[in-house]
Write a protein that binds this ligand. Structure first.
Ligand SMILES: [Zn+2]
Length: 259
């Protein structure tokens, strides 16, 4: 267990708060007007991305703030989908939602901890299960939920117990798997762009998720397709090439271990 340096910690909190602002929303289910913390994109300093396209920034993890939850009815969604609502989905959510008391939805003070953010994700996941949203909308929410857990593990690893680390690592995998399955369905059912991604980017993402889930053969087959297709953007092709090196090594190791 690491020691928390209070001064450092307070400085980090201040930096994170400076990246945020209260954004106004109107709930498409109950018409409530409310504010939810959002990230000022002008304050984002990129620190690269993980191989599965999870972006990393200095001072703030925007994935913590991507969920919007209505404090009155509990409808929650990724901000990009919050207003996407049709009458039949509204009915499904209204009928299925457990009754609510305001104090159950905490929208944070000046910032959100990972635990608070993960609670907000639960509302969006609950709505995903109630409404017949498109597969891609559900999959994208699961992906972000998995990434939020990874963010927590990176930020808080020194302060977590071994059992907690195991639990969160497993939790991340469960959500990445749900995202992978959902995106594979979306590829066969929906038109591109899917969740804002063109075909090759999404195929790369699915390969990277398959790799994280230990599905090395699936990953290699998708990466090979990307590398041999002529129409693929060179940047995606480069990433596919780099990832294939890693996956091939892991597959060899898996075969050596006789699994
Ligand atoms: Zn509402």
């Amino acid at each position: 267990m690491g020691e928390i340096n209070i001064e450092e910690y307070n400085k980090m909190i201040k930096q994170e708060e400076a990246c945020l602002f209260p954004k106004s929303y109107t709930c498409p289910i109950c018409d409530e007007q409310f504010k939810s913390l959002a990230v000022r994109t002008s304050k984002l300093y990129s620190q690269g991305m993980d191989e599965d396209l999870r972006p990393r920034y200095r001072w703030v993890d925007p994935i913590k703030y991507e969920i919007v939850v209505c404090p009155v009815c509990g409808y929650g969604a990724l901000n990009r989908y919050f207003n996407e609502m049709i009458p039949v989905w509204r009915k499904m959510i209204q009928n299925g939602m457990p009754s609510f008391s305001n104090d159950r939805v905490f929208l944070g003070g000046n910032r959100l901890s990972y635990d608070e953010s993960l609670k907000l994700y639960e509302y969006a996941i609950m709505c995903n299960e109630l409404a017949a949203f498109k597969e891609s909308r559900k999959a994208y929410t699961y992906l972000k939920r998995g990434w939020a857990v990874r963010g927590k593990l990176h930020a808080e690893r020194d302060y977590l117990k071994k059992e907690e680390i195991d639990k969160f690592q497993n939790d991340e995998k469960v959500y990445l798997k749900a995202a992978y399955d959902g995106f594979m369905k979306a590829i066969s059912e929906e038109d591109f762009p899917i969740a804002g991604m063109e075909e090759h980017t999404l195929m790369y993402l699915c390969a990277a998720l398959a790799n994280r889930l230990g599905m090395y053969r699936e990953a290699i087959s998708m990466l090979s397709r990307l590398m041999t297709s002529r129409s693929v953007n060179p940047r995606v092709k480069d990433k596919a090439y780099d990832l294939k090196e890693i996956v091939s090594e892991r597959l060899k190791e898996q075969e050596r271990n006789g699994k």
